[in-house]
Design a protein around this ligand. Structure first.
Ligand code: 4AD
Ligand code: MG
Length: 453
C-alpha cells in the first residue's frame, strides 16, 4: 500500500504491507522508531519495531536512505502528530544505504541539492515540487479537455524557426568534428533540421481544421542567457483557436492562469503549505489574490508611459519600441498593479512574423501575460490570416516564403481569424511553488554549460 492511502484509512488494519525509504531511525534496546517515506505524499509513516523480530540488530545499523519492505498491523498512534502507526511484524532490508549518503538529517541548501539532482526528489522540498509538477500537468489537460480542445502532438524535429530568433539546436547525423565539409543535402533529412522552439505553426494547421487544439511538449532554445527564468529545454503549452481574436485570446490566457493556480491550491495543499513556510512566506496570500482579484490589461504604449513616469530607477532604460525587460515587467505586476497584467499591441519590429498587423500599421495584436515574481509567463497573439500581409511580414523578417509554403497555404484555403499563446510550464510552476530558480522545478535542467544527468 502507498503511505498516502495508509494515512487516509478510517479503520485499523490487521495486516498491511508497505515499502519506502528510511527518513529517520531511532533505536533503543527493546524497540525502534522508523519514519518511512515513499514519496506518495509529503508525510512520513511511523513504524514501531520490537526487538523480537529476527533481524532487529541488523536493522539497528541501517541509516537514512535504506529501502525497506514492512509487514505489520495498522494501529491508532500513541504519539502526538499522527493518527496511525504501524506495528511491524517483519522488516526486510531491500537495499542498504552507504554511510556516505549525502541527504543526512540536517537541512541542505537548494544549490547543493541541485548538484545531486538524482537524489533530491527524496527531500520534502523536491518531492513536493515534483508531485505539484505532475498534478499541474494533469490540470492542464483537464482545463482544455473540459473546453473541447483537442490535444495534438507537434514534431520535435523541425525545419522552421517559429520565433525567428535563430536560437535553435541543430539536429544532424553529420560529425561536426570531421574535417571533410558537410552539406545539408548529404544529411539525414536532406535539409537543415533543428529541435523545435515552438509547436505553434503546426498547431495553427490543426486549429484551422479542428477549431480548438493545444500542444503540451518539450521545446528547446539555444539562448545563451544564464538567468533564473530561462532553460535550454522546457515544456510549453500552446493552445490555438480558430475564429478567435486577441480579446478572446487574452480572456482564455487569464482564465487558464486562474484555473491552474486554483487547482494547485485544491490539489496540493500540503505541498503549498510547505513552500509557504520554507520558500516564500507570501506565497499563499499571493496565489489567493491571483484567483480572487481581476487581472489588469494595458497596451504596450500605456506600459511604456507608465514605466517612464514611474520615477523608478531601472538598470535598463525604458524605451519606446524596445522589448520590456524583466525588471520592467515585474515593476508593473508587483509594484504598480499588484496583480497579473496583460500587455498587448506591441511594436511590430520586436515581434515575430506571424503576428497580426494592427490597423495603425505599427503594432501587432500581441500579448504577454505578466505575473508577480516572474514577469512573462505567457506570450501569444492573434495570427496574420491575410495572405498578402503575411507575405509582406515574412519578407520584412527576411524569411524565404518557400520554406513556409504549407503555412501560407492555410491563408489560401478558407483562412480564418485565429489566435493562440504559449505558457511556459516551468514558469507556471515557479509561480505556484514560489521557487525562484527554474533549475529547481525541472527534474534534470539543461542550461548553457550544463547537461549533467
Ligand atoms: O513568448 P514565447 O517565445 O512564445 C512562443 O513561443 C509562441 N510561439 C507561443 C504561441 O503563441 N503559441 O514563449 C512562450 C512562453 C514564454 O512566455 C515563457 O513562459 C516560456 O514560453 N519560455 C521559456 N521558459 C523557460 N525557458 C525559456 N528559455 C523560455 N522561453 C520562453
Ligand atoms: Mg515571449
Amino acid at each position: 500500500m502507498l503511505i498516502k492511502d495508509i494515512l487516509n484509512q478510517e479503520q485499523p488494519l490487521s495486516s498491511i504491507e508497505v515499502n519506502g525509504w528510511i527518513r529517520t531511525l531511532r533505536s533503543s534496546k527493546s524497540f525502534s522508531f522508523i519514519e518511512l517515506n515513499d514519496g506518495s505524499c509529503l508525510k512520513n509513516l511511523q513504524i514501531i519495531v520490537q526487538d523480537t523480530i529476527s533481524n532487529y540488530e541488523e536493522l539497528g545499523s541501517c541509516g537514512t536512505g535504506t529501502s525497506l519492505n514492512i509487514k505489520g498491523e495498522l494501529v491508532p498512534s500513541q504519539g502526538k502528530g499522527q493518527k496511525w502507526e504501524v506495528q511491524a511484524m517483519s522488516v526486510e532490508i531491500v537495499g542498504e544505504c552507504g554511510s556516505d549518503y549525502p541527504l543526512q538529517k540536517k537541512g541542505h541548501s537548494i544549490e547543493f541539492l541541485r548538484e545531486i539532482a538524482h537524489l533530491r526528489p527524496r527531500t520534502n522540498l523536491f518531492g513536493s515540487v515534483f508531485r505539484v509538477r505532475s498534478k499541474m500537468a494533469f490540470a492542464v489537460h483537464r482545463f482544455f479537455h473540459e473546453r473541447d480542445f483537442h490535444y495534438i502532438h507537434t514534431p520535435i524535429i523541425t525545419g522552421s524557426d517559429c520565433e525567428g530568433a535563430g536560437e535553435m539546436f541543430r539536429v544532424t547525423t553529420q560529425d561536426p568534428f570531421e574535417t571533410k565539409s558537410h552539406s545539408p543535402e548529404d544529411d539525414f533529412f536532406r535539409k537543415p533540421t533543428f529541435l523545435t522552439v515552438s509547436g505553434q505553426l503546426e498547431a495553427e494547421v490543426f486549429a484551422t481544421s479542428l477549431s480548438r487544439v493545444y500542444t503540451f511538449g518539450p521545446t528547446f532554445r539555444a539562448e545563451n542567457s544564464n538567468t533564473t527564468r530561462h532553460a535550454s529545454e522546457f515544456w510549453m503549452i500552446e493552445p490555438e483557436i480558430a475564429f478567435c481574436d486577441l480579446q478572446g485570446d487574452m480572456a482564455l490566457a487569464e482564465e487558464f492562469v486562474k484555473f491552474l493556480v486554483s487547482e494547485a491550491l485544491r490539489l496540493c495543499p500540503d505541498e503549498l503549505e510547505l513552500f509557504n513556510r520554507f520558500v516564500d512566506k507570501d506565497l499563499l496570500e499571493r496565489l489567493k489574490g491571483i484567483i480572487e482579484r481581476p487581472f489588469k490589461r494595458i497596451s504596450y504604449s500605456e506600459a511604456v508611459n507608465l514605466l517612464s513616469n514611474s520615477g523608478e530607477k531601472f538598470e535598463y532604460p525604458v524605451e519606446n519600441g524596445t522589448n520590456l525587460q524583466s525588471e520592467h515587467e515585474r515593476y508593473l505586476t508587483e509594484k504598480h498593479f499588484k496583480t497579473p497584467v496583460t500587455v498587448y499591441n506591441y511594436p511590430k519590429a520586436i515581434k515575430p512574423f506571424y503576428m497580426r498587423l494592427n490597423d495603425d500599421n505599427e503594432t501587432v495584436a500581441a500579448m504577454d501575460l505578466l505575473v508577480p515574481g516572474i514577469g512573462e509567463v505567457i506570450g501569444g497573439s492573434q495570427r496574420e490570416e491575410r495572405l498578402d500581409v503575411l507575405e509582406s511580414n515574412m519578407k520584412q523578417h527576411g524569411l524565404d516564403g518557400r520554406d513556409y509554403w504549407w503555412y501560407t497555404d492555410l491563408r489560401k484555403y478558407g483562412t480564418v481569424p485565429h489566435s493562440g499563446f504559449g505558457l511556459g510550464f516551468e514558469r507556471l510552476l515557479m509561480l505556484v511553488t514560489g521557487i525562484s530558480n527554474i533549475r529547481d522545478v525541472i527534474a534534470f535542467s539543461r542550461t548553457p554549460g550544463n547537461a549533467e544527468f
